[in-house]
Design a protein around this ligand. Structure first.
Ligand SMILES: Cc1cc2nc3c(=O)[nH]c(=O)nc-3n(C[C@H](O)[C@H](O)[C@H](O)COP(=O)(O)OP(=O)(O)OC[C@H]3O[C@@H](n4cnc5c(N)ncnc54)[C@H](O)[C@@H]3O)c2cc1C
Length: 315
């Protein structure tokens, strides 16, 4: 019974993304008998071989002139033939591809998993947190082919493999009968640090009073090389796009350092960041729930504290 896994991965300037390496390592721990990777992004060709160190046997790199979700999905669907599980990280890109791919393949799908294992019957079982992390469900994915996304930073990367064999995979044409609008597929641009990959995150909340004050968050993030995040109130108010949202209905992050500025710490926000290594909170209300999970609390007006801290960090 085949326990073959196809990982859908991406590269950035630093090499194969950590989130992709996590998927490859998890596929290995899951008991996969073969692991192939379809790798997208600038530099995929040059970086492809290095994915073998995390356990990939074959890496198919894909060269593209421009980003097209429909063409990526069609390419992955072709490579998924004969595979039991298609696994990718629950990044913005992974979530997009997984949803469309599962619909196209009519495959069972597990979202935001924190563990993957093959059962004795050859079908994958995934572990998924539910109800804001209060319970974990072990879900069996039935069918010839299945799809799952793995929560970023939830599993370890293990390097014990050799270089993978590398193959040039042609980008497929548009998927027949499928029309997609990439309106929400905007990737982090320029020097923006990706929220899921970041080791430091600085997030702003409603305490900032308005979008015109969000520069205080950017100024704290810059010297720390941090990604910027936001609470849902900020996103609902239209100050930042949804891709910045941390929490139950946004991104789950586990950086080494999380700085919450003007965020109250509602449970739906906490589930998205409470497993961070060190949490620092700035809030002028000493009773704010964020202080219950914070390692360091600054009870002060953020309009005073944030610029002072940014200045110190800059120096
Ligand atoms: C189904 C569901 C899903 C949700 N999903 C999410 C989610 O994914 N992410 C998320 O964040 N929320 C989510 N929420 C919303 C959540 O319940 C809270 O409403 C939200 O997190 C509050 O955002 P906030 O902390 O920015 O705003 P507020 O709760 O209004 O807090 C603002 C904080 O700023 C402080 N403050 C004000 N002025 C200053 C100042 N000058 N200096 C310092 N501090 C100041 C205040 O003391 C306060 O603690 C969800 C809610 C529901 C029902």
């Amino acid at each position: 019974m085949s326990k073959s896994v196809l990982v859908v991965g991406e590269v950035s300037a630093d090499g194969v993304n950590k989130a992709t390496l996590e998927c490859i390592s998890e596929a290995k721990r899951a008991g996969a008998d073969s692991i192939e990777v379809v790798l997208f992004g600038n530099g995929a060709k040059e970086q492809a071989g290095s994915a073998g160190k995390a356990g990939a046997g074959t890496v198919h790199y894909v060269e593209e002139d421009s980003y097209s979700l429909a063409r990526r999905v069609a390419t992955v669907a072709g490579a998924a033939e004969g595979k039991k599980l298609v696994l990718m990280s629950a990044t913005t890109h992974g979530k997009e591809v997984a949803g469309v791919l599962a619909a196209r393949l009519k495959a069972a799908m597990g979202c935001e998993c924190i563990e993957v294992k093959f059962g004795d019957d050859g079908q994958p079982r995934v572990l998924r947190p539910k109800f804001a992390g209060k319970v974990r469900a072990r879900v069996k994915l039935n069918g010839d082919v299945t799809v799952a996304t793995l929560r970023p930073n939830a599993v370890a990367v293990e390097f014990d493999g050799a270089d993978a064999s590398v193959n040039d995979l042609a980008l497929a044409g548009e998927a027949d009968g499928v029309t997609l609008t990439d309106s929400s597929a905007k990737a982090a641009s320029g020097d923006e640090v990706d929220l899921s990959e970041a080791s430091v995150v600085v997030s702003g909340g409603r305490g900032l009073k308005g979008p015109e004050n969000f520069h205080l968050i950017d100024e704290l993030a810059k010297p720390l090389g941090a990604a910027v995040g936001a609470s849902r109130m900020v996103v609902d108010a239209g100050w930042k796009e949804h891709r910045y949202q941390v929490g139950q209905t946004g991104r789950v992050v586990t950086p080494d350092l999380y700085v919450a500025v003007g965020i109250s710490g509602a449970i739906q926000h906490l589930v998205g960041m409470q497993n961070s290594g060190c949490i620092v909170a700035i809030n002028n209300d000493p009773g704010a729930p964020i202080f219950k999970v914070a390692d360091y609390g600054i009870v002060e007006d953020l309009f005073e504290a944030a610029p002072k801290l940014a200045e110190k960090l800059k120096n």
